[in-house]
Design a protein around this ligand. Sequence first.
Ligand code: ATP
Length: 244
Amino acid sequence: RNPDHILQVQGLRAGHGQLVAVRDVSFALKRGACVALIGANGAGKTTLLRCLAGVHPALGGRLHLGAQDITALPAHRRVQQGLALVPEGRRLWADMTVRENLTVALEHRDAARAAAATAPWSIERALQALPGLVPILDRPAGALSGGQRQAAAIARALMSNPEVLLLDEVSLGLSPLVVDEVYRSLQALRAQAGTTLLLVEQDLGRALAFADRVMCLREGQIVLEAACAETTREAVTEAYFGMA
Ligand code: ATP
């Protein structure tokens, strides 16, 4: 195994009943990299991320986080090992305030993992990375705007001290200004914490501008995987629609 790879996925398969949604997907994420996952509606992006997080059952394949085989670990153990998902729709505990959401996540994190971290995440540190949360800390999550919820969901995921953060449709339903803000926060995460990011992004221009690599999924298969600097919008669009 390559020690530079923080997440390694081999032959992952998953479905919904009879339907195959993820077919024999293999890829690796380099430590500290940012990879954008793109693909049309129904290509299997959400199912893939949910399988990696362990919240959707895989039918086959192997997953390694660092040197550890996490294939058999349930979702909460994967979080404790450093793999966190920010789900589509940013599910937060709606009746709890932002602070309470973060506190519950803090209480559930793996103590040994936090103790071993050189700079473990705290609520204060998350507020520095996501300053938009400061004025809304005591508001119920259910009363937040889409962008505020997204920021709170990212902060909540950070409480587990993730090495790898999986983000599903970070900009869905957000205004362009708010999307910019969310991406500034993600940029701060990359730069300051070195967190490895795998993010689903529908906006191809943004994906190519922000990520190091782009991966295109079509009908459950990876049809293109390239460094953003070495590919073109045209090549990615062709892979996306299957015109190649
Ligand atoms: P989107 O951008 O629309 O979320 P996606 O790329 O994330 O698309 P998935 O949501 O993973 O794709 O869907 C992959 C396939 O699995 C699609 O054919 C979809 O219809 C099907 N699918 C997804 N969720 C379910 C479900 N809960 N039950 C049955 N089929 C599902």
